[in-house]
Write a protein that binds this ligand. Structure first.
Ligand code: AMP
Ligand code: GLY
Length: 425
């Protein structure tokens, strides 16, 4: 089979790696891919939001199935467009993609189906904002309704901060929407739970925890993610049962009722508070960098899994996982998430030897005259699997030292929560 893969981050390199291990695969075509996928696939540099161009290339390369990595093409309806043109595609349709594409939609589903989530109010004007502030304790979380490339959420400690952030959104700070959601701040431990879904069933697809803040001890501004580990020990069997019963099943039932069954990966972002899960957000795709720690633990052929979802036969397939743990540390360009330089040389990549246990997934990279250069803030995901998080982290850091990339930086305390809690972790 020929597989088309849409996206260009570390998540897509990890997907590309797994797809390349499948016996069912003939060729992989990445739209547009990065320097990491270029070693495994043909990269085709097109705008992935130009659906007609994507379709033209799908035909040109005789692609059998298409996997969509990032949220934006999904939210804009790439699945509906490709299906209408008889292309087999893995991912949710435009309606179901609103679970991530619109926070007000997601909250409506929660309210109608009694799904545990933070108390909230949808707002389109300051009067509504002031009303919510009159009966809610600070901090308050302000969330832009539409997609905002990870920049749409602000945790506000003062009323002034709430009002300023709301003004900016009402005045059009984000192109996707001028609406917003205000919600109470939830205290607890964050974790992510993943499932894969077809029209009739769903299956577990790993758990993980990531670190969003840029500096050690979870300090500094938010980023796209500085590192992650899998599995998430905070999700015990009893919490998992609650996640499925109180959050996942009612959501999938609600979509089916609307004749818009979910299809694809579903990322359930959670806050665990006093042994109860609360839904913080839905993402309609794999996480980045969570994908980079979950896929190295997967044993089953991923293309078989994709095929089973596309043909609505997920129930028949058994998804097997390695018993090992996994971690990734993100190497960023100095200055990220503020101003940083691009096109920086990464000289020592060939000193790193990929093995069954150690990988580097490329995130923001490109090839320039056959030389590896940076092409973004988050540049490389240095990843290992093993039996203890502490040992895995030591291994990753020793690999990062071998890379000796002077223009980069990373967090050396990824996984601190699990490593400090239990020395045997
Ligand atoms: P979201 O895009 O909704 O995931 O929000 C981004 C991040 O903001 C989350 O990963 C949490 O760390 C934080 N966050 C969002 N909503 C809340 C909340 N209600 N209480 C506490 N933290 C939150
Ligand atoms: N790591 C967070 C996300 O993928 O949205």
């Amino acid at each position: 089979m020929n597989i088309g893969l849409i996206g260009n981050g570390g998540r897509e390199h990890a997907l590309c790696q797994k797809i390349s291990e499948s016996k069912l695969v003939n060729k992989i075509i990445c739209f547009p891919g990065n320097a990491g996928t270029a070693r495994l696939a043909t990269n085709v540099n097109i705008n992935i939001l130009d659906f007609k161009k994507v379709l033209k290339n799908i035909k040109l390369f005789n692609i059998d199935i298409v996997i969509v990595g990032p949220e934006e093409p999904l939210v804009r309806g790439i699945v509906d467009f490709l299906k209408k043109n008889k292309v087999k595609v893995f991912g949710p349709n435009k309606y179901a993609a609103k679970l991530e594409g619109s926070k007000t939609f997601m909250k409506k589903i929660c309210l109608q189906n009694k799904i545990p989530t933070a108390k909230f109010k949808n707002c389109i004007n300051h009067k509504q904002v002031k009303k919510f502030l009159s009966y809610t304790k600070l901090p308050v979380v302000v969330k832009a309704d539409g997609l905002a490339a990870g920049k749409g959420v602000t945790i506000c400690k003062t009323k002034k901060q709430v009002i300023d952030n709301c003004s900016a959104i009402f005045n059009g700070k984000f192109k996707s929407s001028k609406k917003l959601v205000l919600e109470e701040f939830l205290e607890g431990e964050e974790a992510s739970y993943f499932i894969i879904v077809d029209n009739n069933n769903f299956k577990f697809f790993g758990s993980a925890q990531d670190h969003k803040r840029v500096y050690k001890n979870d300090k500094g501004p938010n980023t796209g993610g500085m590192g992650a580990y899998s599995p998430a020990p905070v999700i015990t069997r009893s919490i998992e049962k609650k996640i499925i019963k109180k959050i996942i099943k009612p959501t999938l039932r609600a979509l089916r009722r609307e004749r818009n069954s979910y299809n694809g990966f579903l990322y359930v972002g959670l806050m665990i508070k006093k042994n109860e899960p609360y839904l913080i957000e839905y993402n309609i795709r794999m996480g980045d960098p969570e994908c980079q720690v979950i896929l190295p633990r997967l044993r089953t052929d991923i293309v078989k899994i994709f095929n089973s979802v596309i043909s609505n036969k997920l129930k028949k397939i058994k998804i097997k996982w390695k018993n090992q743990k996994s971690m990734t540390i993100v190497m960023c360009a100095k200055g990220y998430p503020g101003k940083y330089k691009k096109n920086l040389k990464i000289k020592n990549i060939n000193k790193f030897k990929t093995s069954q246990k150690d990988f580097i997934f490329h995130a923001g990279t490109q090839l320039y005259k056959n030389e590896l250069r940076s092409n973004g803030g988050r540049v490389l995901n240095v990843t290992s699997i093993g039996s203890s998080f502490l040992e895995i982290r030591k291994k990753i850091i020793s690999n990062i030292k071998k890379l000796n990339w002077k223009e980069g930086f990373y967090r050396e305390d990824i996984g601190w929560r699990v490593i400090n809690k239990n020395a045997n972790n």
